[in-house]
Design a protein around this ligand. Structure first.
Ligand code: SF4
Ligand code: SF4
Length: 92
């Protein structure tokens, strides 16, 4: 979600790396596997598709919040990896 608003931490990109995106989207026709950096992240960990209609709806709908973003990038990665595991299909 980098650059989505002023609350998004610079040089983070955790929510564009840790979670999977199961639906195909522009540039990633098979979706994005968990743990893989989205192809649209630039070297400053900002989304190149911000304000672009090709940006996936799941990205546009996700907003920074303390529960997800934590107080630093590593906390965000840990939280999002855990969330990814907890929401895998078949996990009760
Ligand atoms: S985890 Fe939070 S701070 Fe980090 S890129 Fe995503 S929205 Fe921004
Ligand atoms: S499209 Fe942009 S916001 Fe969505 S995962 Fe890729 S870099 Fe992040």
């Amino acid at each position: 979600m980098p650059q989505s608003d002023l609350l998004c931490r610079p040089h983070c990109g955790a929510c564009c790396i840790a979670p999977s995106i199961t639906q195909p989207f522009w540039g990633m026709p098979h979706g994005k596997p968990a743990g893989m950096a989205c192809v649209h992240l630039n070297t400053a960990m900002q989304c190149r598709l911000f304000r672009d209609v090709r940006r996936p709806a799941c990205c546009s709908g996700l907003h920074p919040e303390i529960a997800m973003c934590g107080s630093n990038r590593e906390e965000a990665l840990v939280f999002l990896r855990h969330l990814e595991q907890a929401t895998l299909p078949g996990v009760p």
